[in-house]
Ligand binder design. Sequence first.
Ligand code: DI6
Ligand code: FE
Length: 403
Amino acid sequence: MSAGLSCDVLWTGARLLPMTDPARPDLLIDDAVVAARDGHILYAGPRDGAPAFVPARTQACEGRLITPGLIDCHTHLVHGGSRAGEFEARLAGASYEAIARAGGGIVSTMRATRAASEADLVAASAPRLAEMLACGVTTVEIKSGYGLEPAAEARMLRAARSLGAAMDVSVATTFLGAHALPPEFAGRADAYIDSVIAMLPDLVGEGLVDAVDAFCEGIGFNTQQVERVFLAAQALGLPVKLHAEQLSNLHGAALAARYKALSADHLEFLDDAGVAAMAAAGTVATLLPGAYYFTRDTHLPPIAALRAAGVPMALATDCNPGTSPLTSLLLAMNMGATLFRLTVAECLAGVTIHAARALGRGDIGALAPGFWADMAVWDVTQPAELVYRIGGSPLHARVWRGQ
Ligand code: DI6
Ligand code: FE
């Protein structure tokens, strides 16, 4: 009889970026082993000093890099239609806001989404999700917000749950009923917010809502309206997050911080008071360089101030048809570095440990005992390779819950 801890899989000969200490996102362990049992990490660390394992299966990594599985913590992955035509119009000079005011933009995706069945939405979204998984993603957040009426919002969230059930990935769902004003409520934004609040109990009852989001913006909703949505979420015990300060400064991030939001997202126009409020509340700053790039924005989020204040920064694709038709979290990291001047370690923490926090999750985003065995094995030896490359994916293997 051999002595040792039994485990399902033992990965050997890896370079390991465990992300267990957010203050040391660059910590790299040479010659590491990772052991998983029942989908969870049993051990992840140096081979030297590791317990003896009796694995059912061994995977030799031959010096490859292992990171936590990547987490895309802000996406609008599920939707109908395409906005390629709008993209062409924008290339010819139309602005995003002008298109939105003319009934295009979010509302055009709303029409296509309302016309789609749940199965249509799953079929349209599965290829996008497959592209994300090919970049090492093991958890993805998916928002509603293109239905803007009870039945269509519910279909979007059910489609998100179905994708999670059909593919080897964890899906977190976010209700974004307050994303845009549907045309039938034109001029009656407060009445629409009443209907958004009325949608929540049924969606929550069906288990479709992990968090509640809103779009706080001139072309979205004002802070009073957002606060009403937050109060409704709070009454149901749901965490909140907010699209804030993307195109202007409505002080949405400070409002989000007052409601202990998991994250405030975009933040191009965030001011010092907003940074301080987020730091005090522990709200994650989710940066979305794909939207910044695609809208040809030039107003940078206050990265240096966020860094100085110790606000955790997550990075996500914002995958959506209007402002960020991006499925590669690897490219989002490259953009975070080139456009926002994040360091390699900040980029990697932004798609792992800080992205987990933006979802309120303490069991993913790092490779420590007890965490889910969600990992990416890469055909690279240096973490910088993952941020440096543009296009493609050096993913060797994706491990979701130990498989
Ligand atoms: N901000 C964004 O960047 C997306 N939603 C939001 O609130 C854009 C969504 C779209 O244009 O379809
Ligand atoms: Fe978004």
